[in-house]
Ligand binder design. Structure first.
Ligand code: DGJ
Length: 326
């Protein structure tokens, strides 16, 4: 009897973990195909053919404290994610010492060279080195090999964000404590910075941009470490600016519903275009349990607003989303 019960329980738990998810639940644990909470913090997403790849900081428990890890997950519908593997398992590449930092990895695809180029924030434990690192792979699922690090156009760079425009041009957003928030164009081969598009003289990190109906919307958070704060947005008709003043994206007292921006993802379907706000709800003392706040934004005509988080679902074909409660 005991034996039969054990088998039944095992079957039930396997089935539950493999069950198709039909909603995104902001702030809740987000299980992958194996039932493990997704580890892709401070992440970014690219779409190759019909597959989305989500890269982020791998922070599960039991990792080698000398190495830094970047995970890769794949999905066809943005709700169900399959862990592929840790595409980076890197030892300290530049003698930065104990506690060295690899944060906010972002992967771009270069269609001509067929290379996947990862940018990440590389630093020492005091956050003084302030550089971007680059690692390259021949496939979306790695392994990525470290190539070099540098300060973009000679500037300090901590948090980075990724933006690929509708024409395929690739941009890097980075935070420079001396000057502000930079938006730079990457060279064609993605291996260096070509030129500065904008320097926004604001102290903003967690930068993200989306191009929606002829306007660029930029988002950033204030510099409050792991603590959430009211994230803000501005708009411009060109990446070269001028940018409007920055305004709240949510009621400021909610501190962006306890989250920090990492990316905005535009999903273009047959009937609708949905822009998803992707953010981290950090738990600095138990980073493996940090959560994700993904919500479709109310966006258009120069306005951007993050609705109160609640479960929602997406039809990846039509591009339309549905809120659980209306
Ligand atoms: C805020 C940044 O957005 C995070 O990526 C991380 O660098 C923390 N600061 C560290 O305090």
């Amino acid at each position: 009897m005991k034996y039969i019960l054990t088998i039944a329980c095992t079957i039930l738990s396997v089935t539950a973990s493999l069950a198709q998810r039909n909603a995104v639940e902001p702030g809740q644990p987000w299980p992958d195909q194996n039932g493990n909470h997704i580890q892709a913090h401070g992440g970014g997403i690219i779409k190759i053919n019909k597959t989305y790849y989500w890269y982020g900081e791998e922070r599960r428990q039991g990792l080698d404290p000398n190495l830094r890890y970047v995970s890769c997950y794949s999905s066809k519908d943005l709700m169900n994610w399959e862990f592929q593997k840790d595409v980076v398992q890197m030892a300290d590449p530049e003698n930065l010492g104990a506690g060295w930092i690899l944060e906010r990895p972002k992967v771009y695809y270069q269609a001509k060279t067929k290379k996947y180029v990862m940018y990440f924030h590389l630093d020492d434990r005091q956050y003084k080195y302030a550089r971007v690192g680059i690692a390259v792979s021949d496939s979306a699922t790695g392994n990525f090999k470290f190539v070099k690090s540098f300060r973009p156009l000679g500037h300090q760079s901590r948090d980075i964000g990724q933006f690929v425009d509708d024409d395929g041009s690739a941009y890097l957003i980075f935070e420079d404590r001396e000057l502000g928030f930079h938006i730079v164009k990457l060279a064609d081969d993605l291996m260096s910075v070509e030129k500065e598009m904008s320097l926004v003289k604001e102290s903003l990190e967690g930068g993200a941009i989306v191009h929606y109906k002829g306007l660029y919307y930029a988002i950033g958070s204030a510099l409050t470490g792991w603590d959430p704060n009211p994230n803000k947005y501005a708009t411009a008709t060109s990446l070269e600016g001028p940018w409007t003043d920055f305004k709240d994206i949510a009621p400021p007292e909610t501190n962006t519903y306890q989250s920090q921006s990492t990316m905005m993802l535009k999903v273009i379907g047959t009937k609708a275009t949905t822009v998803i706000f992707m953010a981290d709800q950090w738990k600095p003392k138990s980073q493996w349990d940090s959560r994700y706040l993904w919500m479709p934004l109310e966006i258009g005509d120069g306005k951007l607003w993050l609705p109160k988080p609640q479960p929602w679902s997406l039809n990846i074909k039509t591009g339309a989303f549905k809120l659980a409660e209306k």
